[in-house]
Design a protein. Structure first.
Lengths: 346, 300
């Protein structure tokens, strides 16, 4: 079936999509278009049977499973097409660890659960690595307490900040709210190499990486689940998927970001009402790698399937307009008509 | 008289308080040792029971034949098993000859002076270095300095480094256990040092050398940390076909599964541990069979 899509038809499809997203951007019945539109189906621009090479991905443990799911389907698709000589390897060094490799030019693709930081930007510039950024899904961060905790239903950002701030954090529940009992707060959270940590600290403490050190960190979210599930005074945060798979052992806390209490769910994360603990997930692609046919096809496949695969691995699909815009930028990047999103020269 | 029961005090001699004390100390000692053994066995049994009860249901043929997948029911260890077999075979090919040769030099050839004593101490210390340090060494030397990249060869060289000290030490012990009279009789009829070593000492020590080497390699199979650092990927879509392919191994695949939110992946990881244990038992049985086979030939 893939033979039917020629390069010619691909261009028309992309043009149509461009028109759609332009309409959305200009605002003429923009929301309607965005909701009804779906990402474009995958249409290859290279001979799939002739693809070979290795695609190296590293980075976030949150986005990793997403890229692995795409790689899995990509390999199956290539196998069906008589190709399958492409190796996709995905490592999990955390968003920070991954950017170190990405900005040294060691990886083709960087999984990131936050946007690139100033420091990383500079490193990329120094090494002459330019890149494109694509949003691939949305993820909510769940704040959870032990199921035996019967006093916490909803917390404001200020209350979270009180517990998690670096200087003089609250250590007793009655410091958070005088109606809360006199009991110590036991905190669990991701380690400092994690993008979840970076995003949470930025959203709650106002500055990325600034956090109390008086908490039990783990890079393994399942350990955080066990920690909170086993301690009546505990509070922790991690990706929503880990709450959903352990809902019987945890109690979800609604978050008041200024507009009332909202509990995270695929709906509230997707429509943006769960703030400020919803975040976009990104992949960064080395611009030079995009000149390789196997990389071009992998990214085309990624953006065409990210919407349905994101739900498969426990995340929320970004709006279709985001994928359409991603797809259009990808085609421009492959054609060489788009300038990279980040450090061109220094 | 039953073994283990202290002899009754000889009649006519009054039993001294001292004797009672010594006997009760002996009894306490005996129970301490029994408890220590029981503790180890119970802990091991509890671990095995937990893993087997958790993973048994997830064991399937597909676990061995399927590539990794985001769907637990379709996910398997196939690519990781190939990765582990590649790493282990290459590790054996590199570390075994090198380790045995080094041990022969140290034991049969090297003069016993301050320099070789220092070498000896260093090798013993190396055997105790945490494995992740070897990972960093591998990353620094093989992956980056020699620019091998994050490939099978770099991983195998790292694992070879990790296994070398253990192989050298166990081979030395095996060589030391060969009686001096054997060497002396060979020298006595005019054999050269090489002839003595190759046709007398080595064959006699071979079973013990094999046992030590296979134990060292068995340990390497289960190692996660060094390969995680030295460049095994957490996920691959193709199995390695040559020594310059990227790869993943069984422990790393399990590590990856254990970090997943879905409970099914935790069960799958437990099943994977059973597979890994099976592989280890298989290798150890192989070691025992080899040892039996060779030790039948040695008679003195």
């Amino acid at each position: 079936m893939l033979e039917r899509f020629t390069v010619q038809t691909r261009r028309t499809v992309v043009r149509a999509a461009f028109a759609l997203s332009m309409a959305a951007a200009i605002g003429i019945s923009g929301t309607v278009v965005a909701q009804e539109a779906t990402p474009l189906p995958y249409t290859p621009g290279n001979d799939l049977g002739a693809l070979s090479g290795t695609i190296v991905a590293d980075g976030s443990s949150t986005v990793g499973p997403m890229t692995e799911a795409v790689a899995e389907e990509f390999a199956i698709m290539l196998g069906d097409e008589g190709g399958g000589d492409v190796q996709v390897e995905v490592s999990i060094s955390g968003t920070g660890g991954g950017f170190e490799r990405f900005c040294a030019g060691e990886t083709d693709l960087q999984n990131a659960s936050r946007a690139i930081s100033e420091k990383e930007l500079a490193a990329c510039g120094e090494a002459g690595v330019s890149y494109f950024e694509f949003e691939v899904a949305y993820d909510g961060m769940a704040v959870v307490v032990n199921p035996s905790n019967d006093f916490v239903e909803c917390l404001t950002v200020e209350q979270l900040n009180l517990m998690w701030r670096a200087e003089d954090p609250a250590t007793n529940w009655n410091q958070i709210d005088s109606s809360f009992p006199d009991a110590p707060i036991v905190l669990y959270g991701p380690g400092t190499d994690s993008g979840t940590f970076d995003y949470f600290t930025a959203a709650i403490n106002g500055e990325e990486g600034v956090s109390t050190t008086n908490y039990s960190p783990s890079e393994d979210d399942n350990q955080l689940v066990q920690g909170v599930a086993g301690d009546a005074n505990a509070l922790g945060y991690f990706g929503l998927a880990y709450y959903e798979n352990n809902a019987d052992a945890l109690k979800l806390v609604a978050i008041d970001g200024g507009n009332g209490c909202v509990a995270p769910s695929p709906e509230t994360v997707g429509d943006g009402t769960y703030t400020p603990l919803s975040r976009p997930l990104f992949v960064y692609v080395n611009a030079e790698s995009l000149t390789r046919p196997e990389m071009q096809e992998f990214m085309r496949f990624y953006l065409a399937n990210a919407s349905f695969l994101s739900a498969d691995v426990g995340y929320v699909s970004s709006p279709a307009s985001v994928y359409l815009e991603d797809q259009i930028r990808l085609e421009a990047a492959i054609a060489g008509t788009a300038s990279p999103d980040g450090p061109a020269e220094g | 008289m039953t073994a283990g029961v202290p002899p009754a005090p000889v009649e006519g001699l009054t039993s001294t308080p001292n004797l009672k004390r010594r006997q009760s100390i002996a009894a306490i000692g005996r129970w301490i040792f029994i408890l220590a053994t029981a503790f180890a066995i119970v802990a091991l049994g509890a671990l095995a029971w937990y893993i087997i009860s958790r993973g048994w249901g997830a064991l399937s043929w597909g676990l061995l034949t399927n590539p990794p997948s985001r769907r637990p029911e379709r996910a398997g260890l196939n690519l990781a098993i190939y990765g582990t077999l590649w790493i282990i075979s290459l590790t054996v090919l590199i570390a075994f000859p090198m380790g045995v040769a080094a041990a022969i030099y140290l034991e049969e050839y090297a003069p016993k002076n301050r320099w070789t004593r220092m070498l000896q101490i260093n090798i013993s210390n190396l055997a105790g270095v945490p494995s992740v340090v070897y990972g960093l060494l591998g990353l620094g030397i093989f992956v980056e300095w020699l620019s091998l990249g994050r490939v099978v060869l770099a991983g195998a060289l790292t694992m070879a480094l990790l296994s070398l000290p253990v192989i050298i030490i166990s081979t030395q012990e095996a060589l030391k256990a060969v009686p001096w009279s054997l060497r002396e009789s060979a020298y006595g009829v005019g054999a050269t040092r090489w002839q003595v070593t190759a046709s007398h000492v080595l064959p006699a020590a071979f079973p013990a050398i094999l046992t030590g080497a296979i134990l060292a390699v068995s340990r390497a199979i289960g190692e996660t940390a060094p390969l995680l650092v030295a460049g095994a990927a957490g996920f691959v879509t193709r199995r390695p076909d040559s020594f310059d392919d990227s790869y993943t191994t069984i422990p790393i695949q399990l590590y990856n599964w254990m970090a997943r939110p879905q409970k099914e992946f935790l069960d799958l990881a437990a099943a994977g541990i059973i597979v890994l244990m099976g592989l280890l038992v298989l290798m150890n049985s192989f070691a025992i069979i080899l040892r039996q086979h060779y030790s039948k030939k040695t008679r003195w």
